[in-house]
Design a protein around this ligand. Structure first.
Ligand SMILES: [Zn+2]
Length: 274
């Protein structure tokens, strides 16, 4: 398996990240935005994984601007894409995956853009999904996506390439998922218990029995990853209305690429379908 040299997480300040992203994008995605002055010191040890922005994978423009919500989302939701567990771990394949998901969401589902905020390929490449997702995390607000019905206003979603009903993810994907969750938990100041599966909120098998069974280990690995950077998270878990409903998992859910359970509900804040 080949991995690009810049896959490794970079420990850089928020300001550095913005400048790097703007330079890499060469577009207006993050260009011209100044980071808050306090970020350089307070986030000096923040683990910031390499995340490919939308310019990198040649995303289409969204049809409209998604809604935003002040403050952090309650949940960090782990999905699988319900696509094949293919063995092309290249960056080119990762970009193709992002384009495929976006095309499906916009052309088949009629949404304004990619539904999820972030995507991780089987090669471990992390990509921005919905337009504005990187900036939202950096600034500490929630950009509403479409990936978990009736909870989109309080949940940021990570789509992991593959189908994990009977096998687990690649080590590269797993490592990137740890880093992505650590970054989200830290920047949003959420406890590791905020990391849940799609099935915890909606009636679906997503993210598959195997990946779902790994979530306790993921939470532990995220905590250890941050501890190794001398960072910590809130110790309190989800309480009260934050506790997921844990609906019954359907026994015979049909598998279809890019479809992994209810993604849009009548209680959602977003206006993806106009
Ligand atoms: Zn899902």
């Amino acid at each position: 398996m080949t991995r690009s040299h810049d896959f490794r997480p970079r420990i850089i300040s928020r300001r550095s990240m913005l400048l790097t992203s703007a330079a890499a994008a060469g577009t207006a995605a993050l260009g011209g935005l100044a980071a808050p002055a306090q970020a350089e010191t307070s986030l000096a040890n923040a683990p910031y994984p390499t995340i490919r922005n939308r310019s990198a994978w040649n995303a289409r423009a969204p049809r409209s601007t998604p809604q935003t919500v002040p403050g952090a989302p309650t949940y960090i939701v782990v999905h699988h894409t319900a696509t094949a567990n293919q063995t092309d771990y290249s960056l080119a394949r990762a970009y193709s995956l992002s384009r495929g998901i976006q095309n499906w969401h916009m052309d088949n589902n009629g949404w304004i853009d990619s539904g999820q905020q972030f995507t991780i390929s089987r090669g471990g490449h992390i990509m921005e999904g919905r337009a504005g997702s990187l900036l939202a995390v950096d600034r500490g607000y929630h950009l509403v996506g479409t990936h978990v019905a009736n909870y989109n206003g309080v949940a940021v979603g990570i789509e992991n390439e593959g189908t994990y009903t009977s096998v687990g993810p690649t080590s590269a994907l797993w490592s990137s998922l740890i880093q992505t969750c650590a970054w989200l938990c830290y920047f949003y100041n959420r406890p590791t218990s905020a990391i849940i599966g799609h099935r915890d909120l909606n009636s679906t098998q997503c993210p598959g029995d195997q990946l779902y069974s790994l979530l306790p280990i993921l939470r532990s690995d995220v905590a250890n990853y941050l501890a190794n950077h001398s960072l910590s998270l809130p110790a309190t878990g989800l309480t009260g209305s934050e506790v997921p409903p844990y609906p019954q998992v359907p026994a015979n859910e049909p598998l279809r690429a890019y479809e992994h359970g209810p993604a849009l509900g009548e209680d959602d804040l977003n206006a993806d379908l106009g």
